[in-house]
Design a protein around this ligand. Structure first.
Ligand SMILES: [Zn+2]
Length: 81
């Protein structure tokens, strides 16, 4: 399944709403994102993933909190490097 995640409306909010994302910075200064799972709503980072210039995330994103079944191909709406 392909899913487009909206950018969170309140950047800096400690809890990212389900189905949205927020930019974060890795320890090395590169850009990544935190997302709110579209199924269970739990937050997880994409630091182990690659995000292309158009916001497509590879490989597919699987929720880190079993038994949540959320496993999708994600695109981050509004992503800019
Ligand atoms: Zn989940």
């Amino acid at each position: 399944m392909n899913v487009v995640l909206r950018k969170a409306e309140q950047p800096g909010d400690p809890w990212i709403p389900a189905g949205t994302w927020e930019p974060i910075t890795r320890a090395d200064g590169s850009c990544s994102a935190m997302v709110g799972c579209g199924e269970c709503g739990k937050n997880q980072n994409l630091t182990g993933h690659t995000i292309t210039a158009d916001g497509s995330v590879t490989p597919s994103l699987q929720c880190s909190f079993p038994p949540c079944p959320w496993h999708v191909y994600v695109k981050l709406e509004g992503w800019e490097l």
